[in-house]
Design a binder for this molecule. Structure first.
Ligand code: PEP
Ligand code: MG
Length: 584
């Protein structure tokens, strides 16, 4: 049994056989084959190599005809390698002596060669490692006959263990068969993590290199509460986790009974608890759990997993679905927060890759840079607004000029719709995300120009603390409880209060129980949270008093170290809400 720790990003427990995906996007196969199968496996390996050699010869031929002999030489080097008796001998020995599967043996030997090239201390030779990886990929492809299998259509229940999952792969996971996942990379508020929450799959990210310690088919436990994965658990651990699963189910049942009760503190302060969604079908999960509406609809996910650019009708249809399912409740539709940090550059023609996507052409910057794209979305939102209480929110606003430009485009779109005689709603409320420190610092200047603020703590923390929200190597520096974050939130709440506009927190922070008394104490009366957290956040609020929360916020603001703030808050929540789930 081995236990690995990472970052818990979606609560719950999953127990099942592992399906593995390595760093280069390949499915890592079963490690062992039976003794009886060794000779036939060697035959399969030789057949695959033959196919690879043939394909390289063809490429060599084409390259020499079209580009000349010197370019064809690259393939000559590949051919030499794929026919190198020493290398092939090593692979076959591993299959024979250790009963390794050909895929596993080949991968191991190719990687040893690649490492050896990289360690020669010569830049030219280090580059040759790329050729070896290329060959590994070809051989694995020939053996497995596929790259990543369709994660959308699996035949058995599995736990996915991967180096990385892109947001689109995560969005496409087969919910019937995938029990949970863990990745080597990724951070607490990375978009893959957010999607895990949306799909309600137990997930742990940022585990670091662990795939070498697992074999496909091993039984694995994903503990999405504590951020642990347990490989090959012993009997005692398995039974303990089965109990945790039971406890989780009964917690859910207890909370489910309370969903219709409002979130009112013991001293009668009503807190609005809304849901964050990425997909229209999530509205139902929010409403079932007693949400007061949708506080953040991340519309960029309309672009996930498709090469087609959504048309105005696609946008309109998705928004109508959400608005109608919400009845009289408010729906805050956030305009596109597209960027290569969220949707890979090769998935849409609007997003281009850049070295530093978090600081690049993303979000409102991208919309203002591409007015036709922006206008299509605004038209659809305004048209859908006829059916309910729709509010528009601009993401990543950094300067007043940017906000004014966005509002001007909105006015232009209204005029266009008016002229064309298309029904739409003119008096929609227009708000902005406060997720860039510049916007928080100038909140009192922004406040008179918007109808509401919504604090995006995921980005606000990233930009304030200069910590990439998706990078596990700096995850230990990413603290929602940092004193600087508390002060920025307080500034925004104060500006909202002075100018009479509501302020919501819609970042992940408001889904985490330990921050609820703090946020209420800082004066927040609207929280938009991940759907699965709605019942617990509401129940916790019913155990709080606003005066006690103010006391907690006051004390938290006197602490000067993030860790002390978070420990203090955790202790307070344990005291106030001992019934809380095991998530914290
Ligand atoms: C945020 O930044 O806190 C936020 C809610 O937006 P996203 O996570 O989609 O960037
Ligand atoms: Mg954000």
């Amino acid at each position: 049994m081995k236990t690995k720790s990472g970052i818990p990003v979606s609560p719950g427990v999953a127990i099942g056989p592992a399906m593995l995906f390595g760093a280069r996007g390949f499915r890592i196969p079963q490690r062992f084959v039976s003794v009886d199968a060794v000779e036939s496996e060697i035959g399969r390996f030789r057949g695959a190599l033959h196919k690879v050699a043939q394909a390289i010869e063809e490429n060599q031929h084409v390259a020499s005809q079209r580009l000349g002999e010197e370019y064809a030489a690259i393939f000559g080097a590949h051919l030499l390698m794929v026919r190198d008796p020493k290398l092939l001998g090593e692979i076959e020995t591993l299959i024979r002596s250790k009963c390794f599967s050909p895929e596993f043996a080949a991968s191991r030997v190719f990687r040893n060669y690649a490492k050896a090239f990289q360690n020669l201390g010569n830049a030219y030779l280090a580059e040759r490692a790329t050729d070896v990886f290329d060959l590994e990929k070809r051989v694995l492809h020939a053996l497995l006959g596929e790259d990543r299998p369709e994660l959308t259509h699996l035949t058995e229940s599995v736990v996915i263990l991967a180096h990385n999952l892109t947001p689109s792969e995560t969005a496409g996971l087969d919910r019937e068969k995938v029990l949970g996942f863990a990745t080597e990379v990724g951070g607490r508020t990375s978009h893959t993590a957010i999607l895990a929450g949306a799909l309600e799959l137990p997930a742990v990210v940022g585990v670091g290199g662990f795939l070498a310690d697992v074999s496909a088919g091993d039984i694995v436990i994903i503990d999405g509460y504590r951020g642990e994965i347990i490989i090959d658990p012993d009997e005692e651990t398995l039974s303990r986790y089965k109990l945790v699963l039971e406890q989780y189910k009964s917690d859910k049942q207890r909370l489910a009974k309370l969903t219709s009760a409002e979130a009112i503190t013991t001293d009668s302060v009503r807190i609005q608890v809304l849901g964050n969604i990425e997909f229209p079908q999530e509205v139902e999960h929010c409403m079932e759990r007693g949400a007061d509406g949708i506080g953040l609809y991340r519309t960029e996910f309309l672009y996930l997993g498709t090469n087609q650019i959504p048309s105005e009708e696609d946008h309109y249809e998705a928004y109508c679905k959400v608005v109608k399912a919400c009845g009289n409740h408010p729906v805050v539709i956030r305009t596109l927060d597209l960027g290569s940090d969220k949707v890979p550059a090769n998935e849409t023609e609007f997003v281009s890759s850049c070295d530093n996507p978090a600081l690049g052409l993303r979000s409102i910057r991208l919309s203002l840079n591409n007015l036709p794209l922006f206008k299509v979305q605004l038209r659809a939102i305004l048209r859908a607004a006829v059916y309910g209480d729709v509010r528009i929110m601009f993401p990543l606003i950094t300067s007043l000029l940017e906000l004014r430009k966005a509002k001007m485009v909105l006015n232009d779109v209204m005029d266009d719709l008016d002229e064309a005689g298309i029904p739409f709603k003119r008096d929609v409320r227009v708000g902005m995300m406060v997720e860039v420190p510049a916007a928080a610092l100038l909140a009192d200047q922004f406040a008179p120009e918007v109808d509401f603020f919504s604090i995006g703590t995921n980005d606000l923390i990233q930009y304030t603390l200069a910590v990439d929200r998706a990078d596990p190597s700096v995850a230990n520096l990413y603290w929602a409880g940092d004193p600087s974050i508390l002060r920025l939130i307080r500034m925004v709440v104060d500006a909202g209060r002075t100018h009479g506009i509501p302020v919501t927190v819609c970042g992940q922070m408001s889904s985490e129980p330990r921050f609820i008394p703090l946020l209420v104490g800082l004066g927040l009366r609207h929280l938009s949270v991940t759907p699965i957290a709605i019942p617990e956040v509401k129940d916790l609020i019913r155990h709080l008093s606003s005066s006690q929360s103010e006391e907690i916020a006051r004390h938290a603001l006197t602490l000067d170290i993030a860790r002390d703030v978070e420990n203090y808050l955790r202790g307070e929540v344990d005291r106030i809400y001992p019934d809380g789930s095991i998530a914290e």
